[in-house]
Design a protein around this ligand. Structure first.
Ligand code: NZQ
Ligand code: ZN
Length: 388
């Protein structure tokens, strides 16, 4: 049964290989001062920077650049961005990059006029925004997080060894997002497959929870099947437009709040993965792949019916003459084989985790209680050990 909910998504998307020109119409809606956020320089080497700045210039914008947004943006960088945004009275924050740049832009948008310390207010105390929010627009260059159409903004505090996501409401969603699949062609394979697994895990986090069938489960299965299919093509041929565009669209749907509606969701892989990220600064998708198999094998007996359904509907496991446990185990083995085929990192040792970090990582992992099993800290340590 579906629970009660309200649903809206305020982000306007422009999708396609010529979608960037829509930036002209969007820029016309905002004032003169634009803060242009981007990462470590990939947009300069692949030509996206020139295309975007030409449009900004043609629209008479005064541009304040905020470069060097790192993967897993830090609280220190956030404070820097707030200063740039406030001092220059920016009317729009334009994020050109992946989830890190989009998340960072959203974090700056709610923090620039925050009178409190934004890390403490939004990330430690999880309070709502009660100050002016600067509008954000995105030009996406890396696919995975869904940040282009959601209110999530993950920030890392290395001193406190915490990586925390705040899921803000509609007012913080990007006002618009340009999704051009060709902009992702230059992604290194490591980032592409990490993004693909991030998408897959967003879907499973929302799928492996709740006892009843509902529409979300069917949508989730369709998204997973499309992603598995397209991922195999993209790994062979990274410039296959059809595959890259389907991956991009799947990523958006995987985490634009739709498939979570009316049901409970898990998110424990992300909680453990984020804590691994706080200790290692590793690529987000790889922190998820490295802990997933141990996690799902641990919770499988507690949600067996769903793992059987997953094996059957997503991985086409033949159920003839097999027990539920056997079917579920075969489904998970096929998932693992696909992950290895993509070249994902399958253990946390390869991300730099050492034995002495395990207790701290478990401590930093927030425990969610809507999955098939609410884990104790000891069980998280056990999953981490199995992920070594
Ligand atoms: O910094 P540059 O030089 O641009 O390089 C980036 C970066 O090194 C590179 N890249 C991006 N587009 C490229 C490219 N390289 C070549 N060609 C291109 N077209 O890719 C690297 C990774 O980028 P990043 O933005 O860090 O990746 P991703 O999109 O995976 O974002 C990860 C961040 O998003 C958070 C993660 O925790 C992490 O901090 N998440 C946000 C979520 C949300 N908003 O809902 C949910 C997710 O679960 C996730 O937690
Ligand atoms: Zn994720």
């Amino acid at each position: 049964m579906l629970g009660n909910f309200s649903y809206s998504n305020p982000t306007r998307l422009y999708f396609g290989d010529d979608s960037l020109f829509n930036l002209n119409a969007e820029l016309a809606k905002y004032g003169k001062n634009v803060m242009l956020c981007y990462g470590g320089g990939s947009i300069k080497t692949n030509g996206i920077y020139e295309q975007v700045t030409a449009i900004l210039e043609a629209n008479g914008k005064t541009v304040f650049e905020d470069a060097g947004v790192m993967p897993n943006p830090t609280v220190g960088k956030l404070y820097e961005g707030c200063k740039i945004a406030k001092e220059n009275k920016v009317d729009l924050i334009l994020a050109v990059g992946g989830g890190s740049v989009c998340d960072y832009a959203k974090a700056v948008s709610v923090s620039a006029y925050c009178e409190d310390d934004p890390w403490e207010k939004y990330y430690l105390r999880m309070e709502d925004v009660d100050n002016r929010i600067i509008p954000v627009g995105c030009v996406l260059t890396m696919v995975g997080t869904g940040s282009e159409m959601n209110g999530g903004a993950v920030i890392t505090n290395h001193e406190q060894k915490l990586k925390i996501g705040h899921v803000f409401g509609d007012a913080v969603f990007p006002k618009f997002a340009v999704l051009n699949p060709t902009f992702t062609y230059t992604l290194p394979k490591y980032q592409m497959v990490a993004g693909i697994y991030d998408i897959f895990n967003h879907i499973t986090e929302q799928y492996f929870s709740g006892v009843d069938d509902n529409t979300s489960d069917y949508i989730a299965e369709g998204l997973m099947k499309s992603l598995i299919h397209a991922s195999r093509i993209a790994v062979q041929n990274p410039t296959d437009y059809e595959a890259r565009s389907n991956i991009m669209w799947t990523a958006t749907w995987a985490l634009n709040t739709l498939i979570a509606k009316g049901k409970s969701t898990d998110w424990m892989v992300h909680m453990i993965g984020q804590s691994v990220g706080a200790y290692t600064d590793a690529t987000h998708g790889m922190t998820l792949s490295a802990v997933s198999m141990a996690y799902y094998r641990t919770i499988c007996p507690y949600g067996l019916h769903k793992f059987v359904r997953f094996a059957t509907n997503v991985w086409d496991v033949d159920t003839n003459g097999k027990t539920g446990q056997q079917i579920a185990a075969e489904g998970l083995s096929r998932m693992e084989a696909w992950m290895r085929e993509l070249g994902l990192v399958m253990n946390i040792k390869d991300l730099g985790v050492t034995e002495d970090m395990l207790a701290g990582i478990a401590k930093g992992a927030f425990i969610m209680d809507a999955g098939y099993k609410t884990l104790s800290k000891d069980e998280i340590v056990d999953i981490l050990k199995k992920s070594m």
